[in-house]
Design a protein around this ligand. Structure first.
Ligand code: ADP
Length: 497
C-alpha cells in the first residue's frame, strides 16, 4: 500500500509529544512490512537543525489562503537509517519560528492560517510529486482539513478520487478551535460551517472537521476509543464520535524497542535481560538511590514517576497520597517531571520535609528517565485519562511493576492480579476509581507483593518483561485498516473498481 502520512510532528524533525513518536516510528515499521509510506510535515526551524540533510527540490507551489495566494517549497529528506521519504513544507513566515505552536505559553495568533496552509500544501504535494497514493493518514487537529479537502475540493480530480482518508486522534483534549471568521481562510463554502460538520459552539473546530470527513478514524488505544464516545472524555465531541463509531477503531501505539531495551541501554549502570533482572535490578536501584541522595536501603520499595506534572497525569491524587505515605510508609519515591507550577511547589516542599524518602527532579532528562525505569521497583501512573501512555510499556520492559489507574491505554496494557485471565496474565496493579484512597490501596497491594518477593511478584515482573509492545503489531493493525478502508472507499466511489 502507498500511504501518505500527514503530520505536524515526527521524530527526529519536530516533537512536542507522543504524536511525533508515532509518526516517526509507524512509517519505518510499515516499510519493513513491505508497504510504501511517505511522510509530510512542516519545515520548522527545529527540522532544519535536526542534523539530517534536507535537500531543496525544484518544486514551488502557490495555494489560496483566504484572499491571499501563498507560496511554499518542498524539501526532501529520509527517516534516519531508512529509505522512507520525508517531504517538508517550507514557508518561512509560518514555520521558521522558535517553537512549533506557541511562545511563552501563548499560542501563535496565526495557528489556524499556518495549518490551513500546511493542509493545502500536503494535498498539492500529491500532485506535484506525482505520488500514487492509496491512503492519506492525517493526525490530530493540525491536519483535520485534509480529509475535508479530499472529499470536497479534490473530489473530481482523478489522481485523488480513489484515495481513502484515515484520521487519528492522539489526544482529544486539543481540538484546534478558532473564531468563525477563520472559516474564510479554509476556502471552503460556508455551508459546511454547521453544527454537524465544521462548527462547534460557534467556532471553527479543525479536529471535528477531520472526524466528520475522514473515511476511517482511529485513536491510540481501544479503551480510549470507547471512552471518548461519552462525557467527559469525549470533550464535547462524544456525539460526533458516537455517530461515527462504525468507522472508529483503537490501535495501541507501540514502543521503540531499540531506545528502550534494558539489555542494551547505555544509560543504565548495569544492563539486564529477563534472566538477569534479579541480580541487576538491585544494582541499578542502589546506583539510583545514590544518585538521588536517598538512603541505600535495598528493602524499601522504590516507587518511580516520570511524566508531565499535570492534572491529566493524576498529580492531585498522587500528591495527596504522598502526604500520608511519606509519614507512614517506608517506601522511597522518585518523581521526575515538569508541568503545572502548583505541583512543582507542592513536590519541592514535600521533598524538603522528607529528604530520606522523596527525591524530586523538576527537569526533562531522558537519561534519568531511563535510570528511573531501571532502578525503580514500582512505577506509578494514576492518570485521570490516558489516550495510550508509553511509560507503562517502558516499565514493563524494565521490570518496574506499573501501578496504574485503569483508563485508556493503561487499561488495555496493564492487568491486575485480581483481573487476570489466561490470555491476560497479571503484569501490574490497577485501580478504577479516580481517588487518593483507591491509588493508596493499589500501592499497598503492590508493596505487599514486593516485600513478600514471592511467586506473585516474580511472575508479574517476568510476564511484563516478556510481552511484545513493539511497533510491529501496531503497524500490522494500521495496514489492515488501510486495506479495509481503501476497499470500502473504492466500492462506494462513483468510479469504483
Ligand atoms: P504524554 O505523551 O501524555 O506526555 P506518554 O506516557 O505517552 O505521555 O509519554 C511521555 C514520554 O515522555 C515518555 O517517554 C516519558 O519517559 C517522557 N517524559 C515525560 N516527562 C519527562 C521528563 N521530565 N524527563 C524525561 N522524560 C520525560
Amino acid at each position: 500500500m502507498n500511504i501518505l502520512l500527514v503530520t505536524s510532528e515526527a521524530v527526529p524533525f519536530a516533537k512536542t509529544g507522543g504524536l511525533a513518536d508515532v509518526c516517526g516510528a509507524l512509517p519505518i515499521e510499515l516499510a519493513r512490512q513491505g508497504h510504501c509510506p511517505t511522510l509530510i510535515l512542516p519545515a520548522y526551524r527545529s527540522a532544519r537543525y535536526c542534523g539530517l540533510p534536507l535537500e531543496p527540490m525544484d518544486l514551488e507551489f502557490i495555494v489560496p489562503i483566504g484572499s491571499k495566494m501563498v507560496s511554499g517549497r518542498l524539501l526532501r529528506s529520509r527517516l534516519p537509517g531508512t529509505d522512507v521519504p520525508v517531504y517538508l513544507v517550507a514557508q518561512d513566515q509560518y514555520f521558521d519560528r522558535d517553537q512549533l505552536y506557541s511562545v511563552d505559553g501563548k499560542d501563535y495568533a496565526d495557528n489556524c492560517e499556518r495549518f490551513v496552509f500546511f493542509c493545502r500544501a500536503a494535498m498539492e504535494a500529491v500532485r506535484l510529486l506525482g505520488l500514487d497514493i492509496d491512503v492519506i493518514h492525517a493526525n490530530d487537529w493540525q491536519t483535520g482539513l485534509v480529509p475535508a479537502y479530499l472529499r470536497i475540493e479534490y473530489r473530481h480530480v482523478p489522481r485523488y478520487q480513489q484515495i481513502a482518508s484515515v484520521f487519528t486522534i492522539h489526544n482529544l483534549a486539543y481540538q484546534g478551535q478558532f473564531w468563525h471568521w477563520d472559516m474564510l481562510l479554509t476556502g471552503l463554502d460556508w455551508k459546511y460551517f454547521n453544527w454537524h460538520q465544521m462548527e462547534f459552539h460557534g467556532k471553527l473546530n479543525l479536529l471535528k472537521t477531520g472526524l466528520v470527513f475522514a473515511d476511517a478514524i482511529t485513536t491510540v488505544s481501544p479503551r480510549y476509543a470507547e471512552e471518548i464516545q461519552s462525557s467527559p472524555l469525549g470533550c464535547g465531541l462524544e456525539g460526533v464520535l458516537q455517530q461515527r463509531r462504525d468507522v472508529l477503531r483503537g490501535i495501541l501505539n507501540g514502543m521503540d524497542a531499540n531506545d528502550w531495551n534494558p539489555a542494551t541501554d547505555s544509560h543504565l549502570p548495569v544492563r539486564y535481560a529477563p534472566e538477569t533482572v534479579w541480580e541487576a535490578k538491585p544494582a541499578c536501584k542502589a546506583a539510583l538511590q545514590s544518585e538521588l541522595g536517598l538512603p541505600a536501603d535495598p528493602r524499601a520499595p522504590l516507587i518511580g514517576f516520570v511524566g508531565r506534572l499535570t492534572d491529566q497525569k493524576g498529580l492531585d491524587i498522587l500528591v495527596e497520597v504522598l502526604q500520608t505515605w511519606l509519614q507512614a510508609h517506608a517506601a522511597q519515591w522518585v518523581i521526575l517531571g515538569t508541568g503545572q507550577p502548583k505541583y512543582h511547589r507542592l513536590l519541592e516542599t514535600l521533598a524538603e520535609r522528607f529528604p530520606q524518602k522523596l527525591a524530586v527532579r523538576l527537569e526533562f532528562s531522558t537519561p534519568l528517565a531511563h535510570r528511573v525505569e531501571g532502578g525503580a521497583d514500582l512505577f506509578v501512573m494514576p492518570s485521570k485519562f490516558e489516550p495510550c501512555g508509553l511509560s507503562q510499556l517502558y516499565s514493563l520492559k524494565y521490570g518496574a511493576v506499573p501501578v496504574v489507574r485503569s483508563t485508556g491505554g493503561l487499561a488495555d496494557t496493564i492487568t491486575d492480579p485480581d483481573q487476570a485471565t489466561e490470555e491476560r496474565p497479571a503484569n501490574g496493579f490497577a485501580f478504577e476509581e479516580y481517588s487518593a484512597p483507591a491509588l493508596s490501596e493499589a500501592l499497598r497491594r503492590a508493596c505487599d507483593a514486593y516485600r513478600e518477593n514471592g511467586d506473585l511478584w516474580r511472575r508479574i515482573v517476568a510476564t511484563g518483561m516478556a510481552q511484545d509492545w513493539s511497533w510491529a503489531r501496531s503497524a500490522r493493525q494500521y495496514a489492515q485498516l488501510y486495506e479495509e478502508t481503501c476497499r470500502r472507499v473504492r466500492a462506494e466511489s462513483p468510479n469504483g473498481v
